[in-house]
Write a new protein. Sequence first.
Length: 245
Amino acid sequence: VICSGHTRPVVDIGYSDVVEGSYWFVSACKDGKPMLRNGESGDWVGTFEGHKGAVWGACLSRDATRAATAAADFSARIWDAISGASLAILEHKHIVKGVSFSHDGSSLASCGQEKLVRLFDTASATAVLTLAGHTESVRSLAFLGPHTLVSGGGDGVLRAWDVRSGECRASYKCGGPIVSFSAAPTAGRLVIASGRTLNVVHVDAEIVSGAQHAFDAPVSCGALFPVQPDVVVAGCEDNRVHVRS
């Protein structure tokens, strides 16, 4: 399936859970027009209009009722994924690179060029927590369970935060800047793209390093197979997808 419609590079995709037998995804693009599509067919559902710059990150709530986007216009937005209406504009002081809903949808985390991670209450659209510790731009973040948020970016450090206290309870230093990471099907596992390496780590009370896979070209992204968790897939700048076990 090839989904056309964007006019510039697509830089992020976020999926919902399976809802009543279907699932959905939202795409972030440098054309500033994030799009919602059916996850099975790829059919276009709608475009979220309002950002005034490139959209660098996008996600859906697990029930697919809301979307969130991160953009170069120094804002993150929360959208009604059914009507397409803008529900909230969350102002920042610099470019926003990533967003992630908590598992219950009550919170939205954002990150970006401020070198901070911010947590917003989605009902009131107010900032409730600011997490400081990164020394470079924060590029990726994700919730692992109800109280744990992980973030990583240009300083090459993966941080695990307790969103109840704001405490950084664990950190892990990669060999280079963290380009991206994705949550694996197994609870608490992350696949991190950093330099020419794909790192698999387990996040619990500490961040424990697992398998490390080296490549000849810089790694842009990675994931684990849903049914074979020991198999890794890496997208590299050699224009190839690599599968390893």
